[in-house]
Design a protein around this ligand. Structure first.
Ligand SMILES: N[C@@H](CCC(=O)N[C@@H](CS)C(=O)NCC(=O)O)C(=O)O
Length: 227
């Protein structure tokens, strides 16, 4: 049985990716949730992770003693282990494009990620409007998302970026949550995609669990002093 170590569902954008990927693709797994804490070396979070990953970060996927400790590597491992699930597009050009997009999501969008941390239960449209007005880098990151997504969405023969759900949609799911929480302005085509991602059964399940956590972690909350 696969075991996925994750963090708080309200906050852990990296954890959300493989969890949504596996759940939406129908890959069975057990979940181990590690509550976010100080992340100090002697913290409960780090101590419990130590047994499976020296990197000390979530997500970690454990399969028969093998630890995979990065969300992109986890996705690649799953794509190899479950080829019948077609987690990447089947056609080579589309697959390469999807890989580029997932890699870009993994390594870039730093302004969007740092200014607008994932916080599923929060509704922060005023914060989003202020950040949007004050930060050209944020506007540039969202413009880049639009540039990546729009041609695919306007030509799409299915609801997701490469027609059917796959790794690339799972990778962008936390960004969709950020666009919703901070009400960042996007085109109608992009808004419709964000809503389709939000409506995926696996995303709905993750969001319901995030809303049920009621676990306010002040260090993850640059914009709120209470829930
Ligand atoms: N590149 C990693 C990043 C993972 C990551 O930064 N996870 C955060 C939680 S969302 C974490 O575990 N932070 C603990 C720490 O910084 O000590 C991945 O994609 O899995």
């Amino acid at each position: 049985m696969l075991t996925l170590y994750i963090g708080n569902k309200n906050y852990s954008s990296w954890s959300m990716r493989p969890w949504v990927l596996m759940r939406q693709a129908g890959i069975a797994f057990e979940e181990v949730k590690l509550r976010f804490d100080s992340f100090a070396p002697d913290s409960d979070f780090k101590q419990r992770l130590q047994a499976v990953s020296a990197a000390g970060k979530v997500p970690v996927l454990v399969d028969e003693g093998l630890s995979v400790w990065d969300s992109l590597a986890i996705s690649e491992y799953l794509a190899e282990k479950f080829p019948e699930k077609h987690l990447w597009p089947q056609q080579v050009l589309a697959r390469t494009q999807a890989r580029c997009m997932a890699a870009e999501m993994h390594s870039s969008f730093t302004t969007l990620r740092s200014l607008c941390p994932m916080n599923i239960e929060a509704q922060l449209p005023e914060v989003g409007a202020r950040l949007w007005a004050d930060n050209p880098g944020l506007r540039e990151d969202v413009r880049r998302l639009e540039t990546l997504w729009t041609p695919l969405l306007t030509q799409a023969k299915g609801p997701m970026l490469f027609e059917q759900f796959g790794i690339v949609d799972a990778f962008f799911a936390p960004v969709c949550m950020r666009l919703i929480t901070y009400a960042l302005p996007t085109s109608p085509v992009v808004q419709a995609y964000v809503q389709r991602v939000r409506d995926l059964p696996a995303v709905q399940e993750w969001v319901q669990a995030a809303l049920a956590e009621h676990d306010f972690r002040p260090f993850e909350e640059p914009y709120r002093s209470q829930p």
